[in-house]
Design a binder for this molecule. Structure first.
Ligand code: FES
Length: 154
C-alpha cells in the first residue's frame, strides 16, 4: 500500500462495521499489488466484488455450508511416483494419500486455506473447497473426483 493510501486507509482494529464493502479500498493497491482477505464469510464476499479477481486471494474462517452428492470411492494415480492410491468413500483424498505414504502438506483440512493444493493432470475433480481452485488444481482435503480415477502431479 502506498503512503498516500496508508494515510487514506489507516489500519483498522477490531470489527469492521457493515457494510464492509464501503470500507474496502481497491484503489489503494499498487498496480501489481495483491490483496489478501482472511475473515468471516461476509468480508471475502465483499472483497470479491471490490477487487479484481486476479489480484485477490481470500480465505474464510469457516467453509460455507453446502451439500454435495454422496461420497464415492475413486483412485488417485500419482503420475510422478507411479503410485495408485485407492480413496474410499469415507476417506478424504488428503488422508488416503497420507496413508499410502504420499503425504501432501495441509492446514485447515476444510477447504478454506489452500495449503493442500495439488495439480490435476487428467480427469475432473469435484471441487468442494471454498477457495475456487484454479484450472488444473484441486484441494485434496475437501474435493473428490467426478470419475473413477484422477491423475495427479504427485
Ligand atoms: S488443508 Fe486447507 S484447503 Fe486443504
Amino acid at each position: 500500500m502506498s503512503g498516500a493510501a496508508r494515510s487514506r486507509w489507516p489500519p483498522v482494529q477490531g470489527l469492521l462495521p457493515n457494510p464492509w464493502k464501503d470500507r474496502l479500498a481497491p484503489d489503494a493497491l499498487e498496480p501489481d499489488a495483491l490483496a489478501y482477505c482472511c475473515a468471516p464469510a461476509g468480508m471475502p464476499a465483499a472483497a470479491r466484488e471490490a477487487f479484481p479477481a486476479g489480484r485477490l486471494h481470500t480465505e474464510r474462517f469457516q467453509p460455507a455450508v453446502r451439500s454435495f452428492g454422496p461420497d464415492t470411492a475413486f483412485e488417485a494415480v500419482c503420475a510422478r511416483s507411479g503410485l495408485t492410491v485407492p480413496v474410499p468413500a469415507d476417506t478424504s483424498l488428503l488422508d488416503a494419500l497420507a496413508h499410502a505414504g504420499r503425504p501432501v502438506p495441509s492446514g485447515c483440512r476444510e477447504g478454506v486455506r489452500g495449503s493442500c493444493e495439488v495439480s490435476v493432470l487428467d480427469r475432473t475433480p469435484e471441487h468442494r473447497d471454498d477457495i475456487g481452485a484454479p484450472e488444473g488444481r484441486m484441494y485434496a482435503c475437501a474435493s473428490r473426483a467426478r470419475s473413477a480415477r484422477l491423475v495427479l502431479d504427485l
